[in-house]
Every structure is written in C-alpha cells, then in structure tokens.
Design a protein around this ligand. Structure first.
Ligand code: HEM
Length: 472
C-alpha cells in the first residue's frame, strides 16, 4: 500500500537539478555498456526527475538485463518481471510484507505487516464488508456522495477551481472531486458521523504526509492521536449501541464497519481502541490516494484517447475494461516492499535473508512477456484479464490480471469498492460533462515546454477539464 515511489516522489521535484538529462519519452539515457554491449544501469537514476517522468525505458533495461537488480546505493533488490513478482507475492511467509514497524508510527500496528494465520484473522475482520452483497447495497450511497459533490460546483463557481466563462465551465477534477470523494465514501462505509467528515479528511491528509518524510512525521503522529481520541468516543458509544448503514429508502442494510470492529473478539478479548483505530487508519490510508489517482488517470487517459472515450460512452460495460486497463497502464501505486525470510537465489543473484526487496508492480504491468505493446493504452486489449478479481486466479482464460491490486494473501481488500467508486463516480461525471475536453493549456508542460507532461510514475496531480455548462 504505502509504496516507496510515493515517498520518493514527494522528495523529487521535477524542477530540480538532475545529473541525468531529460530524454524524449520512451528513450533511456545512455548509462554506458559492458564490453559485450549489455547496457549498464546507474541506480542514481531512481532519484532523478528524468526517471519520474519517463520510467518505462529504464524498467525495460532492468527486466531484460537485470531482472533482480542489486542496488547498493539504496540497499535494495529490485524485482521487475511479472512472473517473479507474483511468485514472491503468493509466498507471504518466504517474502514478508515489511519493513516491520515502518508505518506503525502513524498508521499503527496494522495487518499489512503480518503474514500467515495472524494476517488472515485480521483481514477477515472487515474484508467481507467491502465486497459482494455488502458492497452492492452501498452502491446507492456511493452514487449519492458523487452527486452531492458535483451539485456543489455551482456554489463554488468563481473559485480558483471552478471557472465559468460564457456557457463553458472549467474545473480541476482533483480539487473538486477526486481528492475527497474516496475519503467520503470510506468515511460513510466505516460509519463515521457526517459532521466528522471534514476533520476526518484533515486527519487523513496529515497521516498520509506523515508517512512521507521526517518533516511531516510529527504532524502525522498528532493527527493519528486526534483520530484515536475521536475513535475512543465512538467506540464507547458503539459498544453500548450498534449503528447501522441504511439504504436510500431508510431501511437498515447492516451494521457499519466500526460497529462490527467493536463487536469483534480475537483470542477471547475485544479489539482495543488502538487496534480499531489502526484498522480504520489502514482502510482509509489504503483507499484514499490510490482511488483518487485511479479516477484522475482514468479520465486523463480516456480523454487523450477520444475513440476509447466514445466507446465507454456508447457502451457502459466498457467502463470496467477502461478501469482495469488504466490500472495496468498507469497504476497509482508503483510497487511493494518485501523482506525475504531465508537466503534466496533469483536469476543468479544471491539475496541474503532479511534483505529489502522492492517488487515493482508498475514494471510487472509493463512486462512485454505478458502484455503486448505495454506502453499503449488500449481498453480492448486481448491479453488483460478484466473479469471477476480472484486472489488466487491472476491468470485466467489465457489472460493475466494487472498487478495494481497485488496478488495473493495481501491482494487489496478495497479492490472491489475502489472499482465501484471509480466506475460509478465516472458514469455520473460523464452524464454531467457535455463536450468535455482537457484544457491542455493549463496542464503542466514537458521539457519542450509545449506538450503536456507525461504521466510518468505517479498519478496525475491536477486535471483541468472544460465542458458545456448545463444552464437551467
Ligand atoms: C485503485 C485503488 C487501489 C489500489 C491501486 C490499491 C492497491 C493495493 C495494493 C497493491 C495492495 C497490496 C499491498 C501488498 O501486497 O503489500 C493493497 C492492500 C491494501 N489495500 Fe488497497 N488499493 C486501492 C484501493 C483500496 C481501497 C478503496 C481500500 C479500502 C477501502 C484499500 C485498502 C487496502 C488495505 C487495507 C490493504 C492491506 C491488505 C493486506 O495487507 O492484507 N485499498 N492495496
């Protein structure tokens, strides 16, 4: 969930000095060659602006020549091929989710750092409420939240992010929708009172930046403490009186997740407030930035491929295909760290027990051994599996899943709800947008100062859209 890339991205400004020149997209800097013509790889590239805007050619070098790359500068083993990564993900005892305690300062002691039975027991506490029938019952609430946010744009007209000119309206999709929508959804599903939503959004933002670096760590810890104090009050109430989620007609559809967590016993004892807070922090932390990035990238990619955008407008079923292909092409998460329990040898590289290994999901998704022409965004590609997501079934009908939700025991439990949020939210947005286009003139520019900056390794930060206003 918390990937090394999101942390690095915050530290690397695209305007900073680089020891590597910025290249045309798709072309790598020449880092030298061995006597027999094998390209050399300089790990300083990972910290450069060039890498963040143009990562594909560098991952290709790693996949082709150094599928396990021992990076002595960052003290890391980078694993970049699809098959190798899936093998490690399925073996969560041999390749632990780590580093132990890395997120515990802010998120608390979460299941992300557990494996085996301990992991399964905690995961089952809430996972069932984010899938299947429970999720279906929540769809109307998800749609209502999307609609509420869109309806508030009229009130925001004239602000920095909602600009009306004649019958045209320009918005920045992140600021007026995607940044907050996933947090509102999670807040509701967890069962937080509506009047706590803005505090919740503040705690979420502070905790997330607290994971990124030492300057913001203190603020993250404070936010975590505020959240825990708030949750303590809610837990005391829910232990006395459970609360429910309701359908749009006002009928109860089941207890909310916080109530369920309050009723849960492990080893004969109830979960403590600290444990409940950690679960909440993990669910919110896991579902905010990731789903925000998914919505932003989905719209950016579709609008830059107008024929495919038309195809989703013509046939609503194509939104699912577009969602999965977007996650394959430009996932909002770069990869996950693991630590090997035993000494292992992979592709001739000896990896001593306890090493930091980075599984690069982003590279797996662009592995040409699995996906043809991986850099092309094509919602109709034949080699991507877009059916029902199965933890154990990443390969079905001769097609492979993308790796954006991981695979195996830690497969994202929020995959289904984030899919629902992105697709339902986008369908409602699409109904509202008439003649929508990207305001390329407002988008950040690439090195030629003319074309728009490439997506690179992180999700689109801001997306300026213009569409026809629907005047009463
Ligand atoms: C497009 C959106 C999302 C993406 C790309 C994503 C990605 C991921 C990935 C790659 C993992 C696996 C971590 C690992 O293997 O170590 C993960 C785990 C997790 N995700 Fe998501 N996620 C998304 C949305 C969500 C949402 C909406 C929620 C909550 C409602 C969520 C909650 C979690 C949790 C709790 C875990 C830890 C699971 C475990 O360790 O067993 N995620 N996510």
């Amino acid at each position: 969930m918390v990937s090394i890339f999101s942390e690095l991205a915050e530290q690397v400004s695209t305007e900073g000095d680089s020891t590597f020149p910025l290249m045309p997209v798709g072309e790598a800097v020449d880092m030298g060659h061995t006597a027999d013509g094998v390209p050399l790889f300089d790990p300083r590239i990972f910290d450069s602006p060039e890498f963040f805007r143009n990562p594909y050619p560098y991952y290709r070098i790693l996949r082709d020549h150094y599928p396990v790359f021992h990076d002595k500068l960052h003290n890391t083993y980078w694993v970049t091929r699809y098959e190798d990564i899936t093998e490690c993900y399925f073996d969560d005892e041999g390749f632990n989710t780590i580093p132990k305690g890395s997120s515990s300062g802010v998120l608390g002691n979460t299941q992300l750092e557990l494996s085996g039975v301990e992991h399964r027991r905690r995961r089952n506490l809430y996972g069932q409420h984010l899938v299947g029938k429970s999720l279906k019952l929540r769809v109307p609430a998800i749609e209502r939240l999307a609609q509420e946010m869109i309806s508030s744009w009229d009130e925001q007209a004239g602000s920095e992010f909602v600009i009306d000119e004649g019958n045209k309206r320009t918005i920045e999709l992140g600021k007026v929708f995607a940044d907050e929508f996933p947090i509102r959804v999670v807040c509701e599903v967890l069962g937080f009172p509506k009047d706590a939503q803005s505090d919740f959004y503040y705690w979420y933002n502070s905790m997330m930046s607290g994971l990124g670096g030492s300057t913001t760590h203190k603020q993250g810890l404070e936010a975590r403490q505020h959240l825990e104090d708030y949750v303590a009050g809610i837990v005391a109430q829910r232990r006395q009186e459970p609360t429910f989620l309701y359908d749009e007609a006002g009928n109860p559809i089941g207890k909310d997740i916080i109530t369920k967590l309050c009723e849960t016993k492990i080893d004969g004892g109830y979960l403590s407030t600290e444990e409940i807070t950690s679960n909440i922090a993990l669910i919110v932390g896991g579902g905010g930035e990731t789903t925000r990035g998914a919505i932003m990238n989905l719209w950016c990619l579709l609008l830059r491929h107008p024929d495919q955008f038309q195809a989703v407008l013509d046939d609503g079923d194509n939104w699912d295909k577009a969602f999965h292909e977007m996650l394959r092409h430009s996932s909002s998460i770069g990869g996950q760290p693991r630590q090997n329990t035993f000494d292992v040898e992979m592709h001739g590289v000896h990896i001593p027990a306890g090493s930091l290994m980075q599984m690069v999901d982003f590279s797996a998704n662009h592995d040409e051994r699995i996906f043809a022409e991986p850099e092309t965004f094509n919602i109709f590609r034949e080699d991507l599996y877009t059916g029902k997501l199965l933890r154990s079934g990443y390969r079905k009908e001769g097609k492979c899943n993308h790796m954006a939700f991981g695979v195996g025991p830690h497969l994202c439990p929020g995959a289904w709800i984030s899919h629902q949020e992105a697709v339902s939210g986008s369908q409602i947005l699409a109904r509202h947008f008439k003649n929508v286009r990207i305001r390329e003139d407002l988008m950040p520019k690439d090195i030629d100062n003319l074309s728009s900056a490439p997506m690179g390794i992180v999700s689109v930060r801001s997306l300026w859209l213009e569409f026809d206003r629907q005047l009463a």
